[in-house]
Design a protein around this ligand. Structure first.
Ligand code: TXA
Ligand code: MG
Length: 343
C-alpha cells in the first residue's frame, strides 16, 4: 500500500502531502504532472519544484509559487543523454561532459533542438536550454513515466535558501505543491555545477556540486570562468551568454492602444479599434481573459512572434503588477530599458 509519511503530515496539517520516495505511486505522481500540478521532487543536489517542462501553464505556476520577481530560465531534467538529445543540440564537448558526469550534479547549457518541445518559459525565450540528468532513482522513474523532461528550479521561495529536505520544501512551498516526494536529505546539498557547452569553449557559469577540477581532468584543459556580469541582460564579453531573451525592436509599456506599424502585445479585454484602423494582424493577446498565468506562458512566444514580424516597436498593454505580473513586467521593463520611445 502507498502510505504517506503520517508523522510529517501531522506536523504540518495544512501543508502539502509528503510521501516517501520508496512508497510513492509513480503513476499517481505523473498524473498530477500531466494535470499541470507542481511537485516537490528530490534530486541529489537540492530539492526541486517540478512541472511538466512541455506545459507552459504548469511552468508558470513554478514562478508564481517561488514568488520570484523575474523569469530565470529553468533546468530541464531528463533520464539520460538519449532523451536530452531530443531537446538540445549536443556538441562534441557537451557529449563528453554528459558521458563523464551524468547522472550527476552537472547542468549543461546547449542550443535548443529545432523541434524542442519544451515550453518557452523554461528557456525564458532563449535559443539555449539547460539540461541535467539527476541521479535520484525516483526522478528517473518520474521523467521516464511522464515521457517528457521535468522543469525544476531549486525548491525555495525567492530569496530563501534551496530546500535540501522535504520538510524545508513543505515549510516554504507546501501550499503550492500537490505532492512532495521525500527521499531524505539531499546528499550533495549544493546546486549543480552549470557549464555552458553551447560554443567552442566550455564556460563555468555556476560553481556547484561537481568540482571544477574533476571537470578539468576530463577535459584535459582549464575551464573558462564566466566574467561577472554587471547586468545579466547585457553580456560583457562578445559571445558571452545573455541570460534572457530580449526583442530587437523597442518595447513600449503600458500602452492603451498601438500605433501604425507597431506590434501589440495585448492583455485582457482590449479595444481593438486601432487594429481595425490600421488593418494590422500584428497583435498577440497574452491572455484575452486577463489570466496572468496564461500571459506568462505566452510571453516569450508573443514577443518573438511580433519581433519576427518586423514591427517598428512592440506596444504592450498595462499588465497588473501583482503575482506573476511582477515577473512579466520585470521582463518587459528590461526589454524596454533605454529603448522606450515614450518616457
Ligand atoms: O541542482 C540544481 O541545479 C537544482 C536541481 C533542482 O536540479 N536546480 C537549480 O535550479 O538550482 P535554479 O533554477 O535554482 O538554477 C538554475 C540556473 C539559473 O541560475 C538559471 O539562470 C540558469 O540555471 N540557466 C538555466 N537555463 C539557462 C540558459 N539557457 N543559459 C544560462 N543559464 C541558464
Ligand atoms: Mg535556485
Amino acid at each position: 500500500m502507498k502510505v504517506p509519511n503520517i508523522s510529517r503530515l501531522q506536523a504540518k496539517p495544512s501543508q502539502a502531502r509528503i510521501v516517501d520516495s520508496q512508497q510513492v505511486n509513480i503513476d499517481d505522481a505523473v498524473a498530477l504532472l500531466r494535470r499541470g500540478e507542481i511537485l516537490g521532487i528530490p534530486t541529489e543536489t537540492v530539492y526541486g519544484l517540478g512541472a511538466d517542462a512541455t506545459n507552459g501553464l504548469a511552468c508558470a505556476k513554478i514562478f508564481e509559487a517561488k514568488g520570484r520577481p523575474t523569469f530565470n530560465p529553468l533546468i530541464a531534467h531528463c533520464t539520460g543523454l538519449d532523451m536530452a538529445r531530443r531537446y538540445g543540440q549536443f556538441t562534441v564537448l557537451a557529449d563528453r561532459l554528459a558521458e563523464a558526469f551524468w547522472p550527476g550534479p552537472l547542468t549543461l547549457i546547449v542550443k535548443r533542438a529545432s523541434d524542442c518541445a519544451v515550453a518557452d518559459l523554461v528557456t525564458a525565450g532563449l535559443d539555449t536550454i539547460a539540461i541535467r540528468v539527476p541521479a535520484a532513482p525516483v526522478m528517473h522513474d518520474l521523467i521516464a513515466a511522464l515521457g517528457a523532461p521535468i522543469a525544476a528550479p531549486s525548491a525555495n521561495r525567492s530569496g530563501h535558501v534551496s530546500g535540501t529536505d522535504a520538510q524545508a520544501v513543505a515549510d516554504d512551498l507546501g501550499h503550492a505543491t500537490a505532492l512532495i516526494i521525500d527521499s531524505g536529505p539531499s546528499p550533495v546539498g549544493l546546486e549543480s555545477t552549470i557549464i555552458d557547452a553551447s560554443g567552442d569553449h566550455p564556460i563555468l557559469l555556476r560553481p556547484g556540486g561537481l568540482p571544477r577540477d574533476r571537470i578539468e581532468d576530463v577535459l584535459g584543459a582549464p575551464l573558462h570562468s564566466a566574467p561577472r556580469q554587471v547586468d545579466a541582460d547585457r553580456p560583457i564579453a562578445p559571445g558571452m551568454l545573455a541570460s534572457h531573451y530580449a526583442p530587437s525592436c523597442p518595447v513600449r509599456m503600458n500602452a492603451e492602444t498601438h500605433e501604425e506599424n507597431e506590434g501589440w502585445l495585448a492583455f485582457g479585454d482590449v479595444d481593438t479599434g486601432s487594429v481595425r484602423k490600421y488593418g494590422t494582424t500584428n497583435i498577440v493577446n497574452l491572455s484575452p481573459k486577463g489570466d496572468l498565468r496564461e500571459a506568462a506562458a505566452n510571453l516569450f512566444a508573443g514577443l518573438r512572434e511580433l519581433d519576427a514580424a518586423g514591427v517598428t516597436a512592440i506596444a504592450v498593454s498595462r499588465i497588473p503588477d501583482v503575482g506573476l505580473g511582477e515577473a512579466i513586467n520585470d521582463r518587459l521593463r528590461r526589454a524596454a530599458i533605454g529603448r522606450d520611445i515614450r518616457t
